[in-house]
Design a binder for this molecule. Structure first.
Ligand SMILES: Cc1ncc(COP(=O)(O)O)c(C=O)c1O
Length: 367
């Protein structure tokens, strides 16, 4: 029997359920739905990665939570090449089963609970708040890190490039956040899952030596292969940063059996070793982004931020659900900005993760 106040009662209604009626409207369009809401990759998994997965299909034994040495090498190599984080050791990396589970369970795994506070950007991926609530900690949305009250603050989330706004924090802003969190003894966790998807700005990692000073203390970064390598279906992600924090998580996750399947570990090694497929995928997204941006602007939308990530953060100054309704009648489904916090009430998030054919169809309908 469930307790009187089950854990789920701490959480809001799962936001995507509220979009269902609009999805039904969009799906009824004679030309079919163009779904630009969730932002799930639609392009093929690159051949090299599929081959690595199937070559490792004969994996009868348990994988390890820490991952194979080859996976840890692939992660440290990628961190050096793409983040500029030189000389990370295997103790400073940890595979996770997609980054969403980590975001949702990190406060709990760190032992946070009532009386502890977890801060995240005012407009943000909803799982930061869900994670705080699952732990029974207090969620604290912020506009500016340095204005936060550090009392009871145990975990500070950064997300650059941002979901949903596509905003990129400058090296100066990142440096300031790192200095502030270190000065106040708050663990800074930087979700960088869109790092390789910068368009009009160059995203920096918190682990870049110019940001963190070449030292991982108090810093953990979160990376995902879902977007860069079209691997959302594989659940491939990892952490890089403070070895003490990652060691604690490793212990807990070993007890919890939170293992990345062995074939996915092998696929991740292949994916991290290759930048060509990322460049190819970026080209696809760049073309879709530019076509959708022009069409939305032509229809009177203003695009805010959106210098990176897979989204256009668009507004016509109308309430977001009105815009969702208007576009759903054109058969185009987008996400209401208030999914990401009340500050998004007049924006919609338009993902450019649809096929070229579907994006061309959206452009035609918006024009
Ligand atoms: C900011 C952010 N973090 C984490 C995730 C989770 O990604 P995954 O669980 O596929 O690694 C997403 C997914 O959209 C996201 O937007």
């Amino acid at each position: 029997m469930l307790p009187a106040a089950p854990v789920s009662s701490r959480l809001p209604v799962f936001p995507w359920d509220r979009l269902e009626p609009y999805k039904a409207t969009a799906a009824a369009h004679p030309g079919g739905i163009v779904d630009l809401s969730v932002g799930t990759p639609v392009d093929p998994v690159p051949e090299k990665i599929r081959r690595a997965l199937s070559d490792a299909a004969d994996s009868p034994g348990y994988p390890t939570v820490w991952g194979t040495p080859a996976l840890r090498d692939a992660i440290t190599g990628w961190c050096e090449r793409r983040l500029g984080a030189r000389g990370l050791t295997h103790h400073e990396v940890l595979p996770v089963v997609g980054s969403k589970e980590l975001v949702a369970w990190l406060p709990t795994q760190l032992g946070l609970g009532p009386g502890d506070r977890v801060a995240f950007p005012r407009l943000a991926y909803p799982t930061y708040e869900a994670g705080a609530r699952l732990a029974g900690a207090e969620p604290v949305p912020y506009d500016t890190v340095t204005d936060l009250n550090p009392a009871g603050l145990r975990l500070l989330w950064l997300n650059s490039p941002s979901n949903p706004t596509g905003r990129v924090l400058t090296p100066g802003e990142l440096r300031e956040s790192v200095a502030w969190s270190r000065a106040h003894g708050v663990l800074l966790v930087s979700d960088e899952c869109y790092l390789e998807l910068g368009w009009d700005a160059e995203p920096y990692s918190a682990l870049h030596p110019e940001i963190g000073g070449g030292d991982t203390s108090g810093l953990v970064t979160v990376h995902s292969l879902s977007k860069r390598s079209n691997l959302a279906g594989y659940r491939a992600a990892f952490l890089a940063g403070d070895g003490e924090v990652l060691g604690e998580l490793l212990t807990i996750r070993k007890h919890g059996g939170m293992m990345v399947p062995a074939p996915v570990q092998a696929a991740t090694v292949a994916a991290l070793a290759d930048d060509a497929h990322v460049a190819e995928q970026r080209e696809r997204y760049a073309a879709r982004r530019s076509a959708l941006r022009t069409a939305l602007e032509g229809r009177g939308f203003r695009i805010d931020h959106s210098e990176a990530s897979l989204y256009l953060w668009a507004t016509s100054d109308a309430p977001c659900w009105e815009t969702v309704g208007e576009l759903s009648r054109l058969g185009v489904l987008v996400a209401p900005g208030d999914f990401y916090g009340p500050a998004g009430a007049r924006h919609v998030r338009v993902a450019f993760t649809a096929t070229d054919e579907r994006v061309a169809e959206a452009v035609r309908r918006l024009s």
